[in-house]
Design a protein around this ligand. Structure first.
Ligand code: ADP
Length: 237
């Protein structure tokens, strides 16, 4: 059966443009909120009492979440509208790992999560990749590992070179793991494993996979319920 899908394609593209515009428009006011908060925290303006400080922290956390979500939505629309542009350059895998750790330090400290690095002593090839995008993916995977780990847990981030000429970068946690029946769907837009209590948008993994596939790489999961999860990004060295 043949069906004319032009109308659907147009609708889909209108939706993508809409999401893109909204996310973009939201970024400015959220940034302004965060800037005012920073001023509020400045002792020169006057000290906050404990309760006010708690409230300010809550506003800050929620604004950061909003900013994250708008960033994720923008990333997604970039991929969907075919506007994803890679700016590849030669990069050392360890630099990407260090970036991801730095970006997640506060979150890890908050839940007392130990971040360990597994990196080979001998030389590992450099990557020719869009370092911003790949660092974003690693940051996202590490953030998930931390968010889905119990307090006082440990997570491992690392890289290795395979004999057939690939660099594999991985993030492992010892959290509750993911039921095998969801291993495919977690990479879909907005999908969240039913019953997931940690807050999130369900966009991180789908954008991550898009970014990795744009590099002709793969992003896969290996996870057992009750044992934890390992996400592996494989890129040509
Ligand atoms: P978000 O974390 O914002 O919901 P993601 O796309 O990063 O979105 O993840 C999709 C879903 O996959 C999550 O909602 C969660 O249910 C599950 N998930 C992702 N990473 C992990 C992990 N390391 N451990 C357990 N579950 C995970």
């Amino acid at each position: 059966m043949l069906k004319n899908i032009t109308e659907f394609k147009e609708l889909d593209s209108a939706k993508t443009t809409f999401i893109s515009t909204i996310s973009h428009e939201l970024k400015t006011p959220i940034s302004a909120i965060m800037m005012s908060l920073q001023l509020l925290e400045d002792q020169r303006i006057g000290a906050l009492n404990e309760e006010q400080e708690d409230l300010a922290n809550s506003i800050k956390e929620n604004s950061e979440r909003l900013l994250n979500i708008t960033g994720e939505l923008l990333n997604m629309t970039q991929v969907e509208s075919g506007k994803l542009q890679l700016k590849p350059k030669i990069t050392k895998p360890i630099e990407l790992i260090e970036y991801a750790i730095k970006a997640n330090r506060v979150q890890a400290e908050k839940f007392n999560i130990q971040i360990e690095v597994e990196y080979p002593d001998d030389k590992i090839s450099r990557l020719f990749a869009d370092s911003e995008k790949i660092a974003w993916v690693l940051t996202n995977l590490l953030s998930n590992a931390i968010r889905y780990s119990p307090e006082n847990g440990r997570v491992i981030i690392g890289a290795r070179q395979t004999d057939d000429g690939f660099i594999e970068m991985f993030v492992r946690d010892f959290g509750k793991g993911i039921d095998p029946r969801y291993h495919k769907s977690i990479f879909d837009h907005y999908f969240r494993v039913p019953g997931t209590k940690v807050q999130g948008s369900g966009l991180g993994l789908s954008i991550s996979r898009d970014f990795v596939e744009a590099h002709n790489g793969t992003l896969t999961v290996d996870s057992k319920l009750g044992e934890g999860s390992t996400f592996v990004m494989r890129l040509k060295a």
